[in-house]
Design a protein around this ligand. Structure first.
Ligand code: EPZ
Length: 429
């Protein structure tokens, strides 16, 4: 398996193009199951998770086309894909395909809504927590589905179609909101989702579904109302920029120092991280081209942070922020409130010389003057990139193993950071 080698060095300067959001692209691709017409998605990132979902969709019978390069596009420009679910041959998503990525489970909503049946493998455990699917089951039942769990599969049926209903999610769930919103677009009558996720990716999916003919109000708030329609059509939709990739590179610049333009990034998707980074001594400015990140001279101040559903500080930036805090002056208290086991990076950051004490869902990070490079390994995507960020300032070489995780969610990380002066390279195995 490939490795990434980072040698600690100086500041980063230049431009990093921000890709389309992985966590928007995945539900948008799944939405193609709702229509027999072609859904064209632009600005899709080239990521392992996208390829993984493509494998699942094509296994169900969805036709997939990757459009060729056009004038003005380069290797870092998002790709355009076409998905057509006009001849779906199966409503069963197998264990082999679903177990590799939790978001695959979300196909249950569109399959059930359009075909009246779906058999989807339980996604299983995950490195960042147990992540059950009870909200999906309760929510689909509220829309009239009959659900049975048997031999590791969720079997859902609605022979006469789904009917609108009201579902209040016990806690905010991005995946359950995506899934139930998609299912409700083809249900008879009105569905109300309360305590819905307000994440920008949910709003992006709602924009696309509306372009496909769905009637949705309130996406981006905690109450979404969907009036079911007979059928949806194809459309063309561009995936919104990745706020987690943006925040990650902002932390990298904060860590190494420098001045970098995060091209195409949207500051409005990152209000809380921008505010927190500002308190730590990093300047982020919205420009016409994207977001500019600057940290010159002064060091980083320790800041406390708690993860929350949007618009709070995203759990997907917690590991990167912790890496930054390992070099801050003072002690930072970091609370993880979304996932019960999302501190897998702590042990690895400690290998680089970080001082971190864990107490349940809190980590106390005491800033140190020096980190020292070492071989490290992480068990999830965001944890892996936190080690790259630490490696940018660690003395000597840091080798991050299992690059597999990084490739799930960061497009050409080493190329993007390398172009700004980082000493980073991929070592092919
Ligand atoms: C999405 O996961 C993202 N994935 C995650 O990004 C992100 O960390 C997470 O939302 C939180 O923002 C994608 O968008 C593809 P949830 P999701 O349902 O939808 C509990 C990354 O690094 N819960 O919002 O799976 C659950 O266990 C990834 O890109 C239930 O209890 O997360 C968690 O504690 C990783 N029962 C909380 O809700 C359920 O039925 C929030 O999870 C569903 C969820």
């Amino acid at each position: 398996m490939d490795k990434i080698k980072v040698t600690g060095g100086g500041p980063l300067t230049g431009t990093i193009p921000i890709s389309g959001a992985k966590n928007a692209a995945l539900p948008l691709m799944i939405a193609s199951l709702l229509t027999d017409e072609t859904l064209v998605l632009e600005n899709v990132p080239r990521l392992r998770d996208v390829r993984q979902l493509t494998a699942l969709l094509t296994d169900l019978g969805v036709d997939y086309t990757l459009c060729g390069r056009r004038i003005g596009q380069d290797a870092l420009t998002g790709q355009t894909i076409k998905l057509n679910a006009g001849s779906v041959i199966s409503t069963t998503a197998s264990y082999d395909l679903v177990s590799k990525m939790r978001a695959s489970f979300w196909v249950i909503g569109p399959l059930l809504a359009r075909f009246g049946q779906a058999k989807v493998s339980l996604p299983g455990g995950c490195a960042i927590g147990t992540r059950p699917v009870d909200f999906f089951i309760e929510g689909l039942e509220a829309l009239g589905a009959v659900i049975d769990v048997d031999a590791g599969y969720v079997i859902a049926t609605a022979p006469d179609g789904l009917t609108g209903g009201t579902y209040r999610c016990p806690r905010v769930s991005v995946g359950a909101t995506h899934t139930l919103m998609m299912a409700a677009t083809l249900a008879k009558g009105i569905t109300v989702l309360e305590n819905a996720a307000r994440e920008p990716e949910v709003a992006d999916l709602a924009i696309c579904l509306t372009e496909m003919g769905a009637r949705i109000r309130g996406a981006g708030t905690d109450r979404i109302e969907i009036e079911g329609v007979e059928r949806l059509t194809g459309t063309t939709h561009a995936v919104l920029p990745d706020r987690i990739e943006t925040g990650t590179y902002a932390m990298a610049v904060a860590m190494a120092g420098g001045d970098v333009l995060l091209e195409n990034a949207r500051a409005d998707l990152l209000r809380e991280p921008i505010e927190v980074l500002g308190r730590a001594g990093v300047t982020l400015t919205a420009t016409n081209q994207g977001v500019r990140v600057q940290r010159n001279g002064a060091g980083i101040r320790a800041v406390d942070m708690e993860t929350e559903p949007f618009p709070g500080f995203p759990t997907d930036l917690q590991a990167q922020f912790m890496a930054l805090m390992t070099r801050a002056s003072g002690t930072s208290e970091i609370s993880e409130t979304i996932f019960e086991n999302r501190f897998m990076h702590v042990q690895e950051l400690t290998r680089l010389g970080a001082r971190i004490r864990l107490d349940g869902q809190k980590a106390f990070v005491e800033g140190v003057d020096t980190l020292k490079g070492a071989p490290v390994m992480a068990t999830d995507l965001r944890a892996s990139v936190s080690l790259v960020i630490a490696g940018l300032v660690a003395e000597g070489e840091t080798v991050v193993n299992r690059v597999y995780h990084l490739d799930r969610g960061f497009e050409q990380l080493e190329v993007k950071l390398g172009a700004c002066g980082a000493a980073i390279e991929r070592i092919a195995s």
